[in-house]
Each structure stands twice: as structure tokens, then as C-alpha cells.
Design a protein around this ligand. Structure first.
Ligand SMILES: Nc1ncnc2c1ncn2[C@@H]1O[C@H](COP(=O)(O)OP(=O)(O)OP(=O)(O)O)[C@@H](O)[C@H]1O
Ligand code: NI
Length: 317
């Protein structure tokens, strides 16, 4: 069953006479209990997608399309109803915990606020719940009265996870939850997320640069390039047989396979290349790629790839 269905989502930022098209006609469905990974180069629009689903975007944003959550379009809900959805159904772990945590509130107060607000709990009950959730993410509940700056990066990340998880959301959006963590901490955060998904029957959208993490946690992976999804496949298929020329280069640039940076410039989001946005950097580019914007084509292993190489059964690169 589908939990979330995004249709034709566009997120544009206008500044002066420039329009930054951070998300361009995104279609994505997240099933019940599914973990879907979002990968792609820096600046391709991953975090904006996560924030758009939470309808957490700044004033100068133009957003269109549909974000259907359990039959209701989030983009047409009132701010009051949205606040409810954000608090009861969809949780988010923001990309930068240092900026997302309130520096002048103890972590216990920040987490208990979630319970006080959403579940209308008494102060006492909220503290008990907070202690429980801190324990779950591996933080000593005795540290509840301490402030964010007293915790290490990995600990802050755990606090963010605790906050994102506090009300047991049906969908969790986790934006780079393992970024900048040492291998040991990363491993425990991955285990933690995995356990949460299993034990709570939750769906998750995991934004990550880390393919190892995606491989461990995700069922499917969407690859983004210049504000678009250019490949969508099961995690095993994408790792074994990446379809899009961009995905192939992206995966071959992973550290474990030896660093190989992607040649050519990152695309501009205000004036992206014509036709296929990847064509200036693509070693297979054909004439059509410069002129026509490709649809998503289905490959013979049922992967969806936005590339003319898959239009009409031509040989794979
Ligand atoms: N408020 C804004 N106004 C204008 N442009 C913005 C705004 N917020 C984000 N952008 C632009 O939108 C694009 C997508 O940003 P986003 O944060 O989604 O990238 P990302 O894929 O998450 O990158 P990273 O991997 O570095 O986190 C970037 O080019 C960014 O500069
Ligand atoms: Ni980001």
C-alpha cells in the first residue's frame, strides 16, 4: 500500500530575475514499511525534497504538484492541519543537528516538548517518556538536563533521531543522519534506524551520500540529478547494475572503489542544460540527448531510468 505519493512536485526559488529550480517534476511513491534512499551530488535538491514533504520551506518558495499522504494532498491542507501531520504522522531528522537543536533549551526540555505538544502529556509523564526515548537512542537519561553544546556530534545526531522518532511517526524523513560521524558511531546510528524501522512498522526516506548506509537500510533508491529523479530501482539492482550513465559514474566514484570525481561542471539549477540535464557530462550523449528531455524508461530489469539509451531496447552502455 502506498503511504505517500508525490506527483509532479516542483519547488522553485525566485531571487531577482533568477529562478532556482531545486525540484523539477518529481514523482515518487513510498510504500508502507518501505525505506527509500535518495542519493545524488551535493546541491541536486535532496534536502529540498525532504523539506517540501514536510512543507517546511521558506517564504520565497513556489511549490506546485501534489504530495498525497494517505489520500490527502498536503499542499492543500491548512497550516493547522499540517502542524498535526508534522507532529503525528511525519517526522524529520534535519541535515544539520547543530543548527536544528535549540542551544538554550536542555535536550530533555526539547524532547518533552514534543510529547507535551502532540500528546498533551503532563510534564511528569513527558519526562518519563523522554527518558525512555533517550535510552532507546543510547543516551544516558541522567543527561536530560544538559544543553546541546555539551554533546558530541554523534550524540547530537542521536538527539535529533530521538526528536524525529519521539511521536512514532508513520513516515520518517532522515536527512544525512550519518554525515560526519566516525565509523563506530555511524554503525550504531545505522543499527538504531534499522531497529526503529523494523519495530515501529515505519516508512523512511533516507537522504544520504553514503552508499554503504543505503545498502544496509534501503529497499529502493532514487538517484537525483539537477532537481530530477533520473533513476529509481531496488537497492540491489542499482548497486549491481546501475542503469543511468550518471548513476554509473556516481557509484564508481565511491571511496571503496577508488575515488573518481565526476568530470565536467555541476549543472546550474537556474539554467539547466537543454534536453537531458546530464548530457554535457555524459560519455554516451547522442544528438537527441541535447534537444529532448528524456522521460523515465523501463529497463529489462524493471529499473526506471531517465535516459534515451533505454528508449526502444538499444544496447546498454
Ligand atoms: N531558500 C533558498 N533560496 C534559493 N535557493 C535555495 C534555497 N534553498 C536551497 N536552495 C538551492 O537549492 C538547491 C538544492 O539544495 P538542497 O539543499 O536540496 O541540496 P542537497 O541535494 O540536499 O545538497 P547536499 O547534499 O549538499 O545536502 C541548491 O542549489 C541550493 O543552493
Ligand atoms: Ni542536503
Amino acid at each position: 500500500m502506498s503511504l505517500l505519493k508525490i506527483e509532479g512536485l516542483r519547488v522553485f526559488f525566485r531571487s531577482g530575475n533568477r529562478t532556482v529550480k531545486a525540484n523539477n517534476s518529481i514523482d515518487l511513491e513510498v510504500m508502507n514499511n518501505e525505506t527509500i534512499g535518495i542519493i545524488g551530488e551535493t546541491g541536486c535538491g535532496k534536502s529540498i525534497l525532504g523539506r517540501a514533504i514536510m512543507t517546511l520551506l521558506s517564504e520565497n518558495t513556489e511549490i506546485s504538484g501534489r504530495i498525497i499522504y494517505k489520500g490527502e494532498d498536503l499542499l492543500s491542507l491548512s497550516e493547522n492541519k499540517l502542524r498535526d501531520v508534522r507532529g503525528k504522522n511525519i517526522g524529520i531528522i534535519l541535515q544539520n543537528p547543530a543548527a536544528a537543536l535549540n542551544p538554550v533549551l536542555s535536550i530533555g526540555d526539547q524532547i518533552s516538548e514534543v510529547f507535551r505538544y502532540h500528546d498533551k502529556m503532563s510534564k511528569q509523564d513527558a519526562r518519563i517518556k523522554t527518558a525512555g526515548i533517550l535510552e532507546m537512542v543510547g543516551i544516558d537519561p541522567d543527561r536530560m538536563g544538559e544543553f546541546p553544546h555539551q554533546f558530541s556530534g554523534g550524540m547530537k545526531q542521536r538527539i535529533m533521531i530521538a526528536m524525529g522518532m519521539a511521536f512514532s511517526p508513520e513516515l520518517l524523513i532522515a536527512d544525512e543522519p550519518t554525515k560526519g560521524l566516525d565509523p563506530e558511531t555511524k554503525k550504531s546510528i545505522v543499527n538504531l534506524l534499522q531497529n526503529l524501522v523494523r519495530s515501529k512498522n515505519m516508512s523512511m526516506i533516507l537522504i544520504t551520500h553514503d552508499l554503504d548506509v543505503a545498502e544496509k537500510i534501503c529497499d529502493r533508491v532514487a538517484v537525483m540529478y539537477a532537481g530530477e529523479i533520473i533513476e529509481l530501482a531496488s537497492v540491489n539492482d542499482i548497486l549491481a547494475e546501475p542503469g543511468h550513465p550518471y548513476t554509473q559514474v556516481l557509484l564508481s566514484s565511491l571511496p571503496k572503489k577508488g575515488l573518481r570525481s565526476i568530470s565536467g561542471e555541476s549543472p546550474s539549477l537556474s539554467s539547466p542544460p537543454s534536453g537531458c540535464r546530464f548530457h554535457p557530462r555524459c560519455e554516451y550523449a547522442m544528438d537527441i540527448c541535447k534537444q529532448v528531455h528524456p522521460d523515465m524508461f523501463l529497463t529489462d530489469i524493471e529499473t526506471e531510468v531517465r535516459c534515451f539509451l533505454y528508449n526502444g531496447g538499444q544496447d546498454k552502455p
